[in-house]
Design a binder for this molecule. Structure first.
Ligand SMILES: [Cu+2]
Length: 269
């Protein structure tokens, strides 16, 4: 004979997995809060895109938490699916553990998305089958603990890797190299000149990872971690080539617009 819980006393019994669905929505909100804070301070012109996403996540989390009903969970699933579609590019951050602000929000977002969809859908099904349980099951606890553990490990590993991934170039090495800056998702200057066999010295002033690639001369992407400076060898015949950040532009675009994409022109003399 189970002791009635507070919820049962109020006539509401929570389906299994409902906690996981709520945790998932909460994680999505946390990931978007980090991103929204960063965007508002560093890239205010992009705030019009991120703030509605953040608001949708926060509102869905609050509604599911407050109403704990099937209609609220359906709303939670719809919002999670919409955010997963609009923000799918966040998942690319999983490939860059050496860039804290790319990697950690990606881990929290992807994990949260999975839990939000699974938990809320399972809870809706449980409610229909009248399989109710006011207490979290041991399986639910384990999933919750595992999710928290994954986030803690991601923060620790990515934190250490981000510090270790920072590269710099000393003055002697930099002699003769053409400097180039990556800041606010733009190459500065947008046109650089290098002598064949010379070097570019590229600094990343953004809190996100960028890379440098020139497919036309078989220069594969060179990753530049946040705050890092790297030297890039330019070994090519004289000519003018398009230089890309492959993470923030489309290398298959024959004549990319520098306003739209993270590209620059490389002239080799
Ligand atoms: Cu980039």
């Amino acid at each position: 004979m189970a002791v009635p819980t507070f919820d049962q006393a109020e006539g509401r019994v929570r389906p299994r997995y409902a906690r996981l669905g709520l945790l998932g929505l909460g994680m999505i909100t946390v990931a978007l809060t980090v991103l929204a804070a960063l965007v508002v301070f560093r890239f205010p012109e992009e705030a019009g895109f991120i703030l509605p996403m953040w608001f949708a996540a926060a509102a869905a989390t609050a509604v599911v938490w407050r109403f704990d009903a099937t209609w609220a969970r359906i709303l939670g699933v719809v919002v999670a699916l919409a955010l997963g579609t609009m923000m799918f590019w966040l998942a690319f951050g999983l490939m860059h553990p050496g860039s804290f602000l790319d990697f950690v929000p990606a881990v929290i977002f992807v994990l949260g998305l999975g839990l939000a969809l699974f938990g809320n859908i399972a809870a809706i099904v449980q409610r229909r089958r009248q399989h109710l349980d006011a207490h979290a099951t041991p399986a639910e606890w384990r999933v919750e603990q595992a999710a928290v553990a994954v986030v803690v490990v991601a923060v620790a590993v990515s934190g250490v890797m981000s510090v270790l991934a920072r590269e710099s170039v000393d003055e002697a090495e930099a002699a003769g190299a053409t400097p180039m800056e990556m800041v606010d998702f733009v190459f500065e200057p947008a046109a650089v000149e290098v002598t064949g066999g010379g070097q570019l010295m590229v600094h990343n002033g953004d809190p996100f990872v960028h890379d440098v690639a020139v497919p036309a001369i078989d220069l594969d992407p060179v990753t530049v971690a946040p705050g890092s400076t790297v030297l890039v060898d330019v070994d090519a015949a004289p000519g003018t080539y398009v230089l890309y950040c492959t993470l923030h532009s489309n290398v298959n675009d024959a004549s990319p617009d520098p306003e739209e994409q993270m590209v620059a022109t490389l002239a080799v003399r």
